[in-house]
Design a protein around this ligand. Structure first.
Ligand code: C2E
Ligand code: MG
Ligand code: MG
Ligand code: MG
Length: 288
């Protein structure tokens, strides 16, 4: 195919770009059957208490075992699922699986950890927020599985809530009133008005990985240190907990602990993995 590049000049389309379009299209059309055939699976990444290193729970991260392309990460297919609306049933499936997994962990290790109730964190896309069934679906899943609302934390990105009006916040408020935690994911990337935080029914800030990356050196860049210090102080003064993502080194963990962050997540502790991996970590923990 040739495309017009202005005037009478024509250029051949980049064949690789074409292949990408076909793949995108192919992936998009394959999504609904993939959900029916059970090609999605969930990996869990532990959330670790920075004070004592105990496992506090895990974040659920969805993957697609594609019959031709192998394991695809969420960045490859979540945007497509959002575009077609499949994210609603897919997100509901992720929520139900994750809450069931949390119940299995709670049955095995008890409902609380050294650092409080054992949590399962599940990501919500903006399309799920505007879907009218969100609150009822969540209530149904918690009731069916017998898991207490305080075991669940729903992660919403900061950018999804920028400029959010009351209609958008209403379902989150209902969930928060029930005891579900709401976390603001990728915090610090969305240029949101900090004063706005007071309006949002959130109880956790998840500091974006870019802040963790700037803690590579010990001591870290003094300006970044001040920014994180300020965010932590503000969060704690509003009664919000601070989780950091993307911790890859012990130096980063130590720096973020000194800065007062509460919980951490990252390859330094564990990569996302099958649910048995958390069993191992929790067992190590309980016997330590
Ligand atoms: P997120 O919620 O911010 O999740 C954290 C991402 O950072 C995950 O990528 C995780 O594997 C990765 N990560 C964790 N520790 C480290 C580290 O130490 N270093 C580095 N470089 N990366 C680390 P993943 O699994 O590819 O997920 C990407 C995004 O896809 C997630 O970002 C989340 O926004 C979205 N996502 C994942 N699962 C779901 C889901 O079930 N529903 C929805 N709506 N979105 C999801
Ligand atoms: Mg997340
Ligand atoms: Mg995040
Ligand atoms: Mg992120």
């Amino acid at each position: 195919r040739a495309k017009s590049a202005g005037g009478n000049r024509y250029e051949l389309a980049d064949p690789e770009a074409d292949a990408r379009v076909i793949t995108r299209h192919g992936l998009t059309t394959a999504l609904p059957a993939a959900l029916e055939r059970g090609e999605f699976f969930i990996e869990y990444q532990p959330l670790v208490h920075l004070g004592d290193g105990s496992v506090r729970g895990a974040e659920a991260l969805v993957r697609w075992l594609h019959p031709q392309h192998g394991v695809l990460g969420p960045d490859r297919f979540i945007p497509l699922a959002e575009h077609t609306g499949l994210i609603v049933p897919l997100g509901r499936w992720v929520l139900e699986q994750s809450v069931r997994q949390a119940r299995a962990w709670r049955e095995r290790y008890g409902e609380t950890t050294a650092a409080g109730p054992l949590r399962i964190n599940v990501n919500l896309s903006p399309c799920q927020l505007t879907h009218p069934g969100l609150v009822q679906d969540t209530v149904d899943i918690l009731e069916r599985t017998g898991v207490a609302p305080d075991a669940l934390c729903l992660e919403v990105t900061e950018s999804a809530l920028i400029g959010a009006d009351d209609d958008l916040l209403k379902p989150l408020r209902r969930l928060a009133e029930m005891g579900v935690d709401i976390a603001l994911d990728d915090f610090g990337t969305g240029y949101s008005n900090l004063a706005n935080l007071r309006r949002l029914p959130v109880s956790v800030l998840k500091l974006d990985r870019s802040f963790t990356q700037s803690m590579q050196q010990f001591p870290a860049d003094p300006v970044d240190l001040k920014i994180v210090e300020g965010i932590v102080a503000l969060a704690h003064s509003l009664d919000l907990a601070v989780t950091v993502e993307g911790v890859e080194t012990g130096a980063q963990a130590e720096q973020l602990r000194i800065l007062g962050c509460d919980t951490a997540q990252g390859w330094y502790y564990a990569r996302p993995g099958p649910p048995e991996r958390l069993h191992e970590l929790a067992l190590v923990d309980a016997t330590a």
